[in-house]
Design a protein around this ligand. Structure first.
Ligand code: SAH
Length: 356
């Protein structure tokens, strides 16, 4: 049975009940998915035109104190060659990115305490001083309120922290006992209250995920109203407890991107690297399903193969400049254009430097 009426109602009312979300996720057909993509694409074009925002991602450390069951760089994975970039090396990545035109830098890492309390705040301060026209996004895991506040005061603009799942029992199947669902959610609320453009998100098809879990994720997005949503398929990573688990569904990932766009028309929605990893044209299809952001890698090529959250990650061989050329051709082919503008959330435009 078609879920078209539910898609229409989501579009009109920007909200559905838990039971309706469950029906949406279990009963949709390929036709429904195409229908949702069409609406999502229209909304994305109405808000962002045919522009795709670029963010340069610097994976500055693969040390991690956590042992998430899905993640290739979990602390229990002893086959990982660990590395850390120095502050100067991080700045060099930004310099390279700036010269290429990037105006958003995403600093991502495992949860590595060696950058705290001072090195990460200091690095952000240096980046913002050198490139005041750029946005800095952090993706460094959970931190306490005071540290999040300090990083914000140093100039961090945005923060990505996927909630991973809004179902506590499911959360506990993906994470060791030392990690807590409540703390991750608290962290997300802290980020928002501190004025960060805040990103949540999930992996599609993570082990033990059910339609009910995703229905709860959609309710969470409705209530939390994130500025960004990161959604990619689960991909197994060698030498993790989930290494033999199946990859997440490509079609469901695309459908969820469309539903997120319909729910939150202004949301910043990346076509993720994981999506490009399960299908050669995954990121293009993500854009055609409502995504409006791409995050090319600015990490030094020497370390890229060491930041393997999952197996077969794409773009670990090329230079950033090559990536831009390739992405440019890819998005142009489907009628879109890359843009280097900061690309803030429409509700969170930075104050322009007016006179006092
Ligand atoms: N340590 C930071 C950021 C790095 S992980 C943090 O915890 O937020 C960034 C994201 O990669 C995670 O939130 C997770 O959703 C995703 N990820 C990790 N392992 C993955 C896998 N095996 N397949 C797909 N996505 C994965």
């Amino acid at each position: 049975m078609s879920v078209r009426p539910l898609i229409d109602r989501l579009n009109a009312e920007k909200s559905l009940s838990l039971a309706e979300w469950r029906t949406m996720l279990t009963d949709y057909t390929e036709d429904d998915r195409q229908y949702a993509a069409e609406i999502a694409r229209g909304l994305s074009t109405a808000v962002f035109g045919n522009q795709i925002y670029l963010r340069g991602i610097v994976e500055f450390s693969n040390y991690c104190k956590n042992n998430c069951l899905y993640c290739g760089i979990r602390c229990g994975n002893q086959t990982v060659q660990r590395y850390r970039l120095t502050e100067d090396e991080i700045l060099e990545c930004c310099a390279e990115g700036y010269a290429l035109g990037f105006r958003t830098f995403v600093l991502q890492s495992g949860e590595d305490s060696s950058y705290f309390p001072d090195r990460l705040p200091e690095t952000i301060r240096r980046i913002k001083q050198a490139y005041p026209d750029c946005a800095v996004t952090l993706s460094v895991g959970e931190l306490e309120f005071d540290m999040l506040k300090r990083l914000r005061e140093c100039g961090a603009d945005r923060y990505l922290l996927r909630h991973e799942t809004a179902d506590q029992a499911h959360y506990e199947m993906l994470h060791p006992q030392s990690m807590s669902f409540a703390h991750r959610m608290q962290c997300l609320r802290d980020l928002k209250s501190l004025g960060y453009q805040t990103g949540a998100g999930i992996m599609v098809g993570s082990p033990h995920q059910t339609a009910d879990c995703i229905a709860k994720d959609m309710l969470f997005f409705t209530e939390f109203q994130p500025h960004m949503i990161g959604i990619g398929p689960f991909l197994p990573a060698a030498n993790t407890p989930f290494e033999k688990e199946p990859v997440g569904s490509y079609e469901l990932t695309l459908f969820l991107l469309s539903l997120c766009r319909i729910l939150l028309p202004n949301v910043l929605l990346p076509a993720t690297t994981a999506l490009g990893t399960i299908r050669p044209d995954g990121r293009e299809q993500g854009i055609l399903s409502g995504a409006n952001v791409i995050m090319p890698n600015l990490s030094p090529t020497a370390v890229r193969k060491k930041y393997m959250l999952y197996d077969n990650k794409i773009c670990t061989g090329e230079e950033a400049a090559q990536c831009i050329g390739c992405l440019n051709r890819r998005v142009q082919k489907i009628g879109y254009a890359l843009t280097f503008s900061r690309g803030d959330h429409p509700d969170m435009q930075p104050k322009t430097g007016g006179t006092l």
